[in-house]
Design a protein around this ligand. Structure first.
Ligand SMILES: Cc1cc2nc3c(=O)[nH]c(=O)nc-3n(C[C@H](O)[C@H](O)[C@H](O)COP(=O)(O)OP(=O)(O)OC[C@H]3O[C@@H](n4cnc5c(N)ncnc54)[C@H](O)[C@@H]3O)c2cc1C
Length: 344
């Protein structure tokens, strides 16, 4: 590590960094230092500097899946690495790459503009490309793992840049190796393999009527996804939120029993392992909590799975509300809910 790079990173650190505008819940949050990482070569210098100063480092993308503490006594590194490109195009398909700091939705739009299909069901998910593999983002019957090829990540433990194939990422439902080892890897760039023969994924409610359409294309599917999401979810710019706050619980048929006994038509999706996925939003709504408020935090009137900041909320307010919801659903249905966003 050159002296020059160490000096550059020290100069780039912004003291008492305000993160209120860097998290979609708009929680009031500050970090002892903030720094924009717009090139991978800054990372070794950053971690060396932090180690020398005995400061912890955490990574943030768009702040759309986090519940930030009011104070962080360390360095918050905002990943802003730019760039997207087609790496290879053959008659079998297209390999594309985007850097971690790219906005996910802009990247989806770009693929559709290139006439490429595969990412359209994942349109309008907030945040960055780099965070997308962390929880294997998913929506409208698709998930990132479906079209994932590989990624490059900086290993904080060794300083090496590694390539992860699909198996090494250990993707699961809103899960990956990166979520399980939160302080180990910094995702730098993600690659996607899109097949030349595009097959629309229309299994999800709200998309199936497109199946008969002669005009069907990645763009028409994407436009429908955008329309559906806009009509269902509150806009985080107007009503600060972190999207779905709880994962849909995957339970045994015995655990699902009390729910289905009372409500035989409750949403319940069989899983390959014999278990069943229930709808967390439905459970919260049926527990009578839609629109519920606890101090400055609340549950959206529009969607029971979305927790919102009505103004001035802090991490503790969101945590208190989440605790109340979990306890209420547990008491009513005997089902445990687990938070999706990460408390940082
Ligand atoms: C309105 C709304 C709707 C949403 N809808 C969906 C949805 O449909 N499906 C879905 O799956 N999610 C959804 N989300 C959640 C969120 O958009 C995704 O999880 C997104 O991928 C988070 O990206 P981010 O850049 O904001 O990550 P952040 O919130 O900044 O970070 C999330 C986690 O990833 C880590 N991280 C961030 N960047 C990197 C990196 N480069 N390398 C390593 N770790 C990193 C952070 O440390 C943190 O632990 C929604 C959120 C909102 C606000």
């Amino acid at each position: 590590m050159s002296m020059r790079q160490m000096t550059d990173i020290a100069a780039a650190l912004i003291p008492d960094f305000d993160l209120t505008a860097h998290n979609t819940l708009a929680l009031r949050a500050r970090s002892r230092f903030g720094v924009m990482i717009d090139q991978p070569t800054l990372l070794p210098a950053l971690f060396d500097h932090a180690a020398a100063q005995n400061l912890p480092v955490r990574v943030l993308g768009g702040g759309s899946n986090v519940v930030l503490a009011p104070e962080y006594d360390g360095i918050t590194a905002l990943l802003t690495l730019p760039g997207r490109k087609i790496i290879d195009q053959t008659i079998q398909g297209t390999l594309i790459e985007a850097a971690a700091g790219e906005t996910w939705h802009d990247f989806v739009l770009w693929t559709v503009d290139q006439g490429l299909g595969g990412l359209e069901n994942l349109a309008l998910i907030p945040g960055t490309v780099g965070a997308a593999p962390v929880q294997n983002i998913g929506a409208y019957g698709a998930e990132l793992a479906d079209i994932f090829h590989s990624l490059s990540a900086y290993d904080r433990a060794t300083g090496a840049t590694l390539t992860f194939g699909k198996d090494e990422c250990a993707f699961g439902y809103r899960d990956s190796i990166f979520k399980r080892h939160p302080n180990r890897y910094v995702v730098l760039a993600v690659r996607f393999a899109l097949t030349a023969t595009w097959t629309p994924n229309l299994g999800f409610a709200g998309l199936s009527d497109l199946a008969g359409s002669k005009e069907i294309s990645p763009r028409t599917v994407m436009d429908r996804v955008i329309e559906l999401r806009t009509s269902k979810l509150p806009d985080w710019r107007e009503t600060p939120n972190a999207g779905s706050f709880f994962q849909n619980p995957i339970v045994t048929t015995t655990e699902a029993g009390p729910v289905l006994d009372d409500f035989p038509s409750a949403p319940c999706y069989p899983q390959p392992d014999g278990r069943a996925k229930l709808s967390a939003g439905w459970l919260i709504e049926k527990s009578g909590l839609k629109g519920y408020r606890l101090g400055p935090a609340g549950i959206s009137e529009r969607h029971a799975l979305v927790l919102v900041n009505h103004g001035g909320a802090q991490q503790a307010d969101i945590a208190a509300l989440a605790g109340h919801i979990k306890q209420t659903v547990q008491t009513r249905f005997g089902i445990a809910l687990h938070e999706e966003p990460i408390f940082l």
